[in-house]
Ligand binder design. Structure first.
Ligand SMILES: Cc1cc2nc3c(=O)[nH]c(=O)nc-3n(C[C@H](O)[C@H](O)[C@H](O)COP(=O)(O)OP(=O)(O)OC[C@H]3O[C@@H](n4cnc5c(N)ncnc54)[C@H](O)[C@@H]3O)c2cc1C
Length: 358
C-alpha cells in the first residue's frame, strides 16, 4: 500500500517508520524541513511518565509506550531515551492508590514522606509537608534526537520518500488526494494527516472549530557546574503540588534544565514564533525561585515557546476518519509525544484497514 503522511513531527515520523516496518510504501511531506525545529515535537526533551491517577487505561498504555520507546531505540541504533523515572508530588492520601496503579501496570513505585523527599532531592525545595511517588518505567525522551534519527532511518529506507518544504494546502477526503502548494497532487492509497498545531487548516470547518490553540513558554537553564551530577540524576518532576502547575525536566544527556508551568500557557489565534517573550521568562523564573535551590536569572540560557491544540469538548486528541482512506490525528494536550509509538501503530493500522483506531 502507498501511504502519504502530511506532517513530520513525532507522530508523522513514527508513523512513517511504522509504515515501512509494516511493508508499506510511504511518502512523508512537510511544509518545512524534515525534521523542522519549529515543530512542537522538536525540543531537547519530552517526558514520558505513566501515572494518570484517574485513568488506569492511560497508565497501562504509558507503560507499554515505555517499552516501545526502548524497542525504537534498538531499531534506530542510537540513544534516544534516558529512563531516569518520574516524580510526582501528591497528597499523602493518594500515595497508596498511585502505588497500586503503577505496580498494577507493571512499573515499580517508590513512596516518599516529607523527610525522605527533602533528603533525596536536596536541590529541590518542595512545599512544606510534600509527599511524592517516584515511578520507574519513565524518564526523558531526547525529542530532537528522536526526530533526527527517524528522519535518517527513513532516508536510508528504499520504501520511504521524504518531501521537505512541500506544504499541503488541501486534502480531498473522497479520493484521498493531497494538494500541495506547488500544484502537484499526490494520489496514494491512503493519507495520514499529522499536522500538529497546524491541523485546523486541513480539517473541515466543523472539526477545526472544535480545536483551541495554546502557546506555552518554557525556560532553559544551565545549572552551576558543582550541581551537574546531582541534577543529571534527578527525575522529571511532573508536579510540585503548587497551584501554578509547575513542572521540571532535568538536564540529562547534555540537555538543559527546563522549567515550565501551566500558568505560562495561554490561548492564541495563530501559530507564531518559538522565542519566549521576556515577560514569560521572568514569570517562570519567579515561579521557580521558591522551588529550585539557588535558582536566579543568571541560570537562564534561553527560552522556547511551543504550541498545542486543545479539544474543546474533551481536552483529548482528535482522531478522525475523513472518508474511508484519510485519517487525521490532531494531538491535543501535553501527552502525545510519549504515546507516539502507540499512536503511530494505531493510525497505520487504521488507515490500512487492519483494526479500528483506539
Ligand atoms: C510546552 C509543551 C510541552 C510538552 N511536553 C510533553 C511531554 O513532556 N510529554 C509528552 O508526551 N508530550 C508533551 N507535549 C506534547 C507533544 O510535544 C506534542 O503533542 C507532539 O510533539 C505533537 O506532535 P505532532 O507530530 O502531532 O506535531 P508537530 O511536532 O507540531 O509536527 C507537525 C508537523 O506538521 C507539519 N505541517 C503542518 N501543516 C502542514 C501542511 N499543511 N503541510 C505540510 N506539513 C505540515 C509541521 O511543519 C510540523 O513539522 C508538550 C507540548 C508542549 C506544547
Amino acid at each position: 500500500m502507498r501511504i502519504v503522511i502530511v506532517g513530520a513531527g513525532v507522530v508523522g515520523l513514527l508513523s512513517a517508520v511504522e509504515c515501512v516496518s509494516a511493508g508499506h510504501q510511504v511518502v512523508l511531506v512537510d511544509q518545512a524541513g524534515i525534521p523542522w525545529s519549529g515543530s512542537t515535537s522538536f525540543d531537547q526533551q519530552r517526558v514520558i511518565r505513566a501515572l494518570h491517577l484517574d485513568d488506569p487505561a492511560a497508565t497501562a498504555a504509558a507503560v507499554r509506550a515505555h517499552h516501545q520507546w526502548l524497542r525504537l531505540q534498538r531499531l534506530l541504533g542510537t540513544r534516544i531515551y534516558e529512563p531516569v523515572g518520574a516524580l510526582h508530588v501528591l497528597p499523602a492520601e493518594d500515595l497508596a492508590r498511585a502505588e497500586r496503579m503503577l505496580t498494577g501496570a507493571g512499573s515499580g513505585a517508590h513512596l516518599f514522606g516529607p523527610l525522605s523527599l527533602a533528603a533525596t532531592y536536596p536541590q529541590v525545595r518542595f512545599p512544606d509537608g510534600a509527599t511524592a511517588v517516584l515511578e520507574d518505567l519513565a524518564g526523558v525522551l531526547l525529542a530532537d534526537r528522536i526526530l533526527i534519527a527517524c528522519a535518517g532511518w527513513l532516508r536510508a529506507a528504499p520504501d520511504a520518500e521524504l518531501l521537505p518544504h512541500r506544504a499541503a494546502v488541501a486534502v480531498d477526503a473522497d479520493d484521498a488526494a493531497v494538494h500541495l502548494a506547488d500544484g502537484e497532487v499526490l494520489r496514494p492509497d491512503a493519507v495520514l494527516l499529522a499536522a500538529g498545531a497546524w491541523s485546523r487548516r486541513l480539517l473541515p470547518a466543523h472539526l477545526a472549530d472544535e480545536l483551541v490553540l495554546c502557546r506555552q513558554s518554557m525556560v532553559l537553564c544551565a545549572v552551576p557546574e558543582r550541581d551537574t551530577a546531582v541534577w543529571s540524576a534527578t527525575p522529571p518532576i511532573s508536579t510540585f503540588g503548587t497551584s501554578n502547575g509547575g513542572w521540571l525536566v532535568p538536564p540529562v544527556a547534555g540537555t538543559s534544565l527546563k522549567l515550565s508551568a501551566a500558568s505560562a500557557c495561554r490561548v492564541v489565534t495563530e501559530v507564531g514564533g518559538t522565542d519566549t517573550p521576556h515577560y514569560w521568562r521572568d514569570h517562570l523564573v519567579e515561579q521557580f525561585v521558591p522551588l529550585v535551590r539557588g535558582l536566579d536569572a543568571g541560570w537562564v540560557t534561553g527560552g522556547r515557546d511551543a504550541y498545542y491544540l486543545m479539544r474543546r469538548s474533551t481536552g483529548g486528541p482528535m482522531s478522525v476518519m475523513l472518508g474511508d482512506r484519510v485519517v487525521s490525528y490532531a494531538a491535543c494536550g501535553g501527552g502525545a509525544f510519549k504515546f507516539a509509538p502507540l499512536i503511530a501503530r494505531s493510525l497505520v493500522q487504521q488507515v490500512s484497514n487492519e483494526v479500528p483506531v483506539r
